[in-house]
Design a protein around this ligand. Structure first.
Ligand code: ATP
Ligand code: MG
Ligand code: MG
Length: 556
């Protein structure tokens, strides 16, 4: 295993360890809200948090930040666990839930009330928003702000006991209504919400706010370095306030890093959910989605995503990463590791007139031309084969390194053939090519080659009688513009969806060795690109997803 490159967070940890902080412990956490599937941005956070735990012999917790019961579902919890495991990380101990701490959080809220640091406000949400003021204008105190601790306690108890309607009361911290940081202008700690929670059922009708829950959950779990994205920088003073004013017994520190943004896609759960809900894509794991499950189905490997996240790095500078970089990561991995196979995507029949009817030969081909250890495969050769329509022309100049009427190419791993004739349909389209083969050319060049010129090239093919019919799904970017979220007034990001992001080609042919290939098996289809078996593939009908082309080909 290669050592992870350093970054500013690792430097902070190194310094903390050198100073003997946290008893030499490093404990991080990955804290998703279970309100959607994880995307490539989350992968960066996962690699950072779990990667740090790995390199410092520390621990990384998986904690669901479940303070919004209406938006959360068990399906999301299961998918998130699966994605983290698939990426190859292991969380320390059991999966945790912020809701595990609801009792403790309630006690800590009571503590704040006793200290005169929190009060129950019966103003409406609208009124509270107005009383908060704005950047240049200090807030105004609510009539409930000078409540005695006794009164506040009684009211908070009433909130807990369901004596207020939804939205009828909130618990607010009493901090500083004139603070230039809006997050310190008496933020809400608890709200009344009658919603069945996926973990705690109907036990609670009040739920703690994320900003109150998060620092305390970190402290309860002994998190030493709480890493989050830059938009939480302004929340850090409140994070520290909560930890300092409750005796939760630990002092986690929050550090912020820049979000990962990728061009030609969106990385916001809300937008991804909209794509799913409105059926612009075929579910969260649609191979065009930047979700971990979508990329997995597309053919991405855990190693490629980890190496991508590593090469993106960790900093405090916002940037947009080029999709080409993600594609390069999977291309490098598959180029090294994917077995080779031949698949004809746009079939054109090639009939070898001097090949005996019914004769079949088994040709030997390497599984990977640069890696002998991967062994060999057998490819059946018969009188009729399919070649790609793009690999034949009736006429072409010397730059066309494929089959031309009257000229020769090698069928990859097989014989040299010369095109002799074509059969056309009523519209004049070539529907069949006739050829002759030279039986002396298996693994060697044609003899007596003088005057015949060089072979034009080598093309891939599949036996027409022995090959397997299959479906190939070709993908393009899901959006037509680099920044799909940037739209004119009155428009939405949906207007930037690429209507041609999926092309299903249903009459393709693949070599028979792929019979029974399991979902997620990845191949290089020689001369075509990288593909993997889709989960909808069956023994009767193989289905492949295009992962990425052989070389960078975009923009076209
Ligand atoms: P979204 O904006 O997509 O809803 P989120 O931040 O609300 O994302 P969470 O479930 O709260 O989603 O995220 C879990 C963790 O992943 C958080 O610590 C968050 O900072 C991190 N994270 C989310 N999106 C990105 C991103 N694009 N780049 C890096 N980290 C991210
Ligand atoms: Mg969040
Ligand atoms: Mg969010």
């Amino acid at each position: 295993e290669t050592k992870a490159p350093s970054n500013f967070i690792r430097q902070i940890i190194d310094r903390d360890l050198a100073e003997g902080k946290n008893d030499g412990q490093v404990v991080t956490r990955f804290p998703p809200e279970p309100n959607g599937y994880l995307h490539i941005g989350h992968a960066k956070s996962i690699c950072l948090n779990f990667g740090i735990a790995e390199s410092y012999q520390g621990a990384c917790h998986l904690r669901f930040d479940d303070t919004n019961p209406e938006k959360e579902e068990d399906e999301y919890i299961q998918s998130i666990k699966q994605d983290v495991e698939w990426l190859g990380f292991e969380w320390a101990g059991e999966v945790r839930f912020a809701s595990n701490y609801f009792d403790r959080l309630y006690e800590l809220a009571v503590q704040l009330i006793r200290k005169g640091l929190a009060y129950v406000d019966l103003s409406s949400a609208e009124q509270i928003r107005e009383m908060r003021g704005w950047a240049q204008q200090a807030g105004t105190p609510s009539e409930y702000r000078e409540q005695s601790p006794e009164e506040a306690l009684a009211q908070f108890e009433k909130m807990k006991n369901g004596e207020f309607p939804d939205g009828g009361a909130v618990l607010r911290a009493k901090i500083d209504l004139a603070s230039p940081n809006m997050n310190l202008r008496d933020p809400v700690l608890y709200r009344v919400r009658r919603a069945t929670h996926h973990q705690t059922g109907d036990k609670w009708v009040i739920y703690p706010m994320y900003d109150f829950t998060h620092p305390l959950s970190d402290a309860i779990e002994g998190i030493t370095h709480s890493l989050c994205t830059l938009e939480f920088e302004d929340h850090r003073p409140f994070y520290d306030w909560v930890v300092a004013n409750t005796d939760v017994g630990a002092e986690p520190r929050q550090y912020e890093f820049a979000r990962l943004n990728l061009n030609y896609t969106v990385t916001s759960k809300r937008k991804l959910k909209q794509l799913v809900d409105e059926k612009h894509v075929d579910g969260w794991d649609d191979p065009r989605m930047p979700t971990i499950s979508g990329m997995r189905r597309r053919g991405y490997t855990p190693a490629s995503l980890r190496s991508f996240c590593e090469s993106v790095g960790v900093s405090r500078a916002d940037s947009v990463v080029d999709m080409g970089m993600l594609e390069a990561a999977i291309r490098d991995d598959l180029n090294q590791h994917a077995p080779r196979a031949m698949c004809v995507i746009r079939p054109l029949k090639l009939v070898i007139d001097n090949w005996e009817e019914g004769k079949e030969e088994s040709l030997t081909a390497p599984v990977h031309p640069q890696n002998e250890a991967m062994g060999t495969r057998q490819v059946p050769m018969t009188r009729e084969v399919y070649i790609d329509q793009d690999d034949f022309r009736e006429e072409a100049n010397k730059k066309f390194k494929r089959l031309v009427l009257g000229d020769r190419v090698r069928l990859r791993y097989g014989y040299v053939v010369r095109a002799t004739d074509v059969v056309k349909d009523d519209q004049g389209n070539v529907i069949e090519v006739r050829c002759s083969y030279d039986p002396e050319t298996l693994g060697k060049n044609p003899e007596n080659d003088e005057g015949q010129g060089k072979l034009r090239g080598v093309i891939h093919w599949v036996s027409a009688s022995k090959g397997l019919p299959c479906e190939v799904r070709l993908y393009d970017r899901l959006f037509t513009v680099a920044n799909p979220a940037k739209v004119e007034e009155g428009q939405t990001f949906l207007e930037n969806i690429n209507p041609e992001s999926l092309k299903v080609v249903s009459d393709c042919w693949v070599e028979p060795g792929l019979r029974g290939a399991l979902a997620e098996t990845r191949y290089q289809f020689e001369r075509e690109g990288y593909f993997c078996v889709d989960q909808e593939s069956t023994d009767e009908r193989l289905v492949f997803n295009q992962t990425v082309g052989l070389r960078e080909s975009w923009p076209k």
